[in-house]
Design a protein around this ligand. Structure first.
Ligand code: SAM
Length: 286
């Protein structure tokens, strides 16, 4: 069954009487070339356990199952579980779980499902209303995957890829670049989805680093400092970091010790500089 054909989706819609849920970010892929760009971009092979986020009616699940050893797909919409039972019928190496990806213990799930498979890869056409929450969870929970290849709105992709000094560089860019090396796999036009979203999309691949790109003493503290610094991104660090509770006199000393000019803004700091800043602030008890 060609699940990427609009006529197939309409047929399934009528058979099961479901409606596309806007609030669950349901925009289904109808473009075979885009499907291939995700499975090829992820470099799927028979040694892989694939975790798929939000299978929808199973179009990407089906494509991934052809290339991977096993696919475990987590879908929140209970109504789609019956549809998936039909569309994925007879595909032995797929398991569908009804659940919220943000509340799923992925580390435990992976340990349970991995068996003899050698690699763990996450893929998905993400529900856009929780793109950054999903990516942050996948990275900060240290779930044991080696790459994440996902579709997201283009502007979020641009932010994730942005380098220090770029206007788009923010807390999400710093976090993703701390944990992984990011590459853009493809740009995707809105016409590749049904129903059509308002925004264009892109597919990014994040290869998880064995050792993160900087070495703060306390990772949680490091991320709190990053969030504080970007909380008021137009302000200088001396002002934006006030939200850590540290008085200006302490901040001036900390920035000095970290060798960071106090008139700089968060968007100009490299990960190493954020790590130094975090360590110096922690030393002062903030
Ligand atoms: N993979 C399908 C495709 O490409 O056609 C569907 C992609 S659609 C953009 C996003 C999917 O994620 C929907 O099926 C939606 O129901 C599901 N979803 C939304 N929120 C979720 C959550 N918190 N946990 C798991 N799945 C979720």
């Amino acid at each position: 069954m060609k699940l990427y054909e609009p006529s197939t989706i309409k047929l399934i819609k009528n058979k099961y009487g479901f409606r596309f849920s806007k609030s669950l970010g349901q925009n289904f892929l109808i473009d075979k070339a885009v499907l291939d760009s995700i499975t090829d971009g992820a470099g799927l092979c028979k040694d892989d356990l694939v975790i798929e986020i939000g299978p929808g009616i199973g179009v990407l699940t089906q494509a991934a199952a052809e290339k991977a050893g096993k696919v475990v797909a987590v879908e929140i919409d209970e109504g789609l579980i019956e549809v998936l039972r039909f569309t994925l019928y007879g595909i032995e190496n797929v398991k569908v779980i009804n659940g919220n990806i943000l509340k799923t213990d992925l580390k435990a799930l992976i340990e349970q499902e991995k068996g003899d498979l050698l690699h763990v890869k996450v893929i998905g056409n993400l529900p856009y209303y929780i793109t950054t929450a999903i990516i942050m969870k996948l990275l900060s929970d240290h779930i044991g995957c080696e790459s994440i290849t996902v579709m997201m709105q283009k502007e979020v992709g641009d932010r994730i890829m942005a380098a220090p000094g770029n206007r788009e560089y923010g807390a999400i860019s710093a976090a993703v670049q701390y944990y992984s090396i990011v590459n853009r796999i493809s740009e995707v036009d809105k016409t590749s989805f049904m129903p059509q979203p308002k925004v264009d999309s892109c597919v990014l691949r994040m290869d998880i680093l064995d050792t993160p790109a900087a070495a703060p003493e306390d990772e949680d503290h490091f991320f709190r400092v990053i969030r504080a610094a970007f909380g008021q991104r137009r302000k200088t660090l001396l002002n934006s970091l006030g939200s850590t509770g540290a008085p200006k006199s302490v901040l001036a000393e900390v920035l000095d010790k970290a060798d960071i000019d106090k008139s700089r803004r968060a968007e100009t700091l490299t990960l190493e500089e954020f790590a130094r800043l975090s360590d110096e602030l922690a030393q002062k008890g903030y």
